[in-house]
Design a protein around this ligand. Structure first.
Ligand SMILES: Cc1cc2nc3c(=O)[nH]c(=O)nc-3n(C[C@H](O)[C@H](O)[C@H](O)COP(=O)(O)OP(=O)(O)OC[C@H]3O[C@@H](n4cnc5c(N)ncnc54)[C@H](O)[C@@H]3O)c2cc1C
Length: 501
């Protein structure tokens, strides 16, 4: 039910790589990032013939620039590749046959999910063969007793939510990109989102998965049990591996029971200290019914209100928070929410606020949070960062950045999942000059390193951040990651130039 109320972004296929008028303005990734092609083979007619034998159904293979354009550019206009062929397997066996052949021939592969990733992970850099998971969208089982969903990895998150709602279940994760992102992409990036606070990290909800490694071997790690302590937890290696260790083909995931009541509070605060107090009090007073706790700063609200052509729900404050509660007994939840508000307003922690429980009003409030990325991306350029930072210094990056870039950009805003210590910093404007780029990068990452934060709270490393991986991982950890990569993909054909360089 909750999912239906929230805004979803469905990116039409023809726009998957961004807005058409920008196509020629997107530099090729190889030029922008100065990447040299690794010594992979180039695809031949014989390879194409081989793929046609593996994928016999019409439309499982796309060839040529027209057909493959949307798979060569990302939605955020950061990256552009030179892929010439898209393969769309429907089964694990087809994935296995594709990878087996690519590995034998040393053909590089780029794995493509819903293309909503924020760091260029799904787009080829050169002529990698694009393996799109969109036809692997079969739901195999929904068991309402155990609460387990088993499906292929190309299922779109929002469609899974719709199917589950008939059985009074929900997905344990919810993202603004749910209309396009796929469960396989969610696992590959270990996606977070607005329910993480309540239902925990995706790692914990995934009971089992199946993946195909580079030489075509199918690794069956499926399990229908919450408890399975036999051997190493290999499934975890694939979660968050961004397609560098294998193609995730099937998933078994634990899904919570649907809730029936919902309250959304949109609150204004005069200081960041009041934000922290509100967060703490909401945990104490709302307890088990608290589902989301989001921060929105004034600039984020202003740009979103303008973009949506909505009126702001309350007056001007430096900070806003969106809190959501969900539960099963309205009187119980309403009572808790009322007590929390009385306390927070009575103590002067919260300066003003509105409360909504009707679906249309709830949706309108959520749009003010979920459409911030779209509002900032509507500028000619938008740099986006997602950091985990200690809560006491969580917001410091925003004024620090404003001071650095001054009037060189239009927008510097901070928002995000304060309940998970995860801030999104967006910097947007008309022209991305070298001066701006240099003022921003690597300052953001240095800032995070100094605070022992994470340079990627939820979006991953992809093509954009490999050189900053060492800011959040030790040299020994990176060395072990490289050893695993060599062991599982000795010819390095899977998502080359990404994550590890
Ligand atoms: C409006 C908006 C809101 C967002 N909100 C959030 C948020 O709240 N939290 C969050 O974490 N992210 C968020 N994102 C980022 C993005 O939606 C997530 O990273 C999502 O999990 C990516 O899924 P995808 O299917 O689009 O993957 P893609 O973008 O297609 O791919 C992402 C990476 O995963 C790999 N991959 C994809 N499928 C597979 C597979 N089957 N097997 C192996 N590797 C694979 C790709 O090669 C690539 O490296 C948001 C994005 C947008 C546009």
């Amino acid at each position: 039910m909750l999912n239906k109320l929230l805004l979803s972004i469905r990116v039409p296929r023809r726009l998957l790589g961004g807005i058409n008028r920008y196509l020629h303005e997107i530099p090729l990734s190889k030029d922008r990032y100065g990447i040299k092609r690794a010594p992979f083979s180039s695809i031949t007619d014989k390879d194409i013939q081989h793929f046609q034998n593996i994928l016999p159904v019409q439309n499982q293979i796309l060839l040529g620039p027209e057909e493959t354009t949307g798979y060569n550019r990302d939605y955020f206009r950061y990256v552009r590749g030179l892929g010439t062929i898209v393969l769309k397997p429907r089964t694990t066996n087809e994935v296995s046959a594709i990878l087996g052949h690519c590995n034998k021939r040393r053909l590089a592969v780029s794995i493509f999910g819903g293309n909503t990733g924020v760091c260029g992970g799904s787009i080829p850099v050169f002529d990698e063969i694009i393996v799109s998971m969109e036809l692997m969208n079969r739901i195999e089982a929904i068991d309402e007793y155990s609460g387990i969903l088993v499906c292929q990895s190309g299922c779109v998150l929002e469609q899974l939510e719709e199917q589950l709602s008939a059985k009074r279940m929900i997905m344990p994760l919810d993202l603004g990109s749910k209309g396009s992102c796929q469960l396989g992409g969610n696992l590959a990036t270990n996606a977070g989102g607005i329910r993480l606070m309540r239902y925990g990290n995706l790692h914990g909800s995934v009971l089992g998965l199946e993946a195909v490694i580079a030489d075509g071997t199918v690794i069956d790690l499926m399990s229908n049990f919450k408890k399975d302590n036999t051997g190493y937890h290999l499934k975890r290696m694939f979660i968050g591996s961004e397609g560098t260790l294998g193609v995730i083909t099937r998933v078994a995931i634990a899904c919570p029971t649907a809730t029936t009541t919902q309250n959304v509070l949109f609150l204004g605060m005069e200081s960041y200290e009041a934000v922290l107090r509100t967060f703490l009090e909401s945990k104490i007073r709302l307890g088990e019914i608290l589902t989301s706790c989001e921060l929105i700063d004034r600039v984020s609200l202003e740009v979103t209100v303008e973009y949506l052509k909505h009126a702001a729900p309350i007056g001007n404050f430096p900070f806003y928070m969106l809190l959501e509660t969900t539960g099963n007994k309205k009187e119980h939840d309403d009572e808790k929410v009322r007590e929390f508000l009385e306390f927070a307003i009575g103590r002067g922690i919260v300066a003003d606020g509105v409360l909504a429980c009707e679906p249309s009003k709830v949706e309108k409030l959520w749009q003010l949070r979920e459409r911030i990325p779209a509002a900032t991306y509507s500028n000619n350029f938008c740099l986006t960062y997602d950091l985990s930072l200690p809560l006491e210094r969580f917001y410091d990056i925003v004024p620090a950045m404003r001071e650095r870039v001054g009037h060189l950009v239009k927008v510097v805003c901070g928002f995000g999942h304060i309940g998970d210590s995860n801030i999104h910093l967006n910097i947007a404007g008309d022209v991305l000059t070298n001066e701006v780029q240099q003022l921003v990068d690597p300052f953001v990452y240095e800032f995070s390193r100094k605070l022992n934060g994470s340079v990627s709270a939820e979006h991953g490393i992809g093509l954009l951040k490999p050189k900053y991986l060492s800011y959040s991982k030790s040299a020994e950890a990176i060395a072990l990651m490289k050893q695993l990569k060599v062991m599982m993909d000795p010819k390095a054909i899977l998502n080359p130039y990404k994550v590890l360089v």
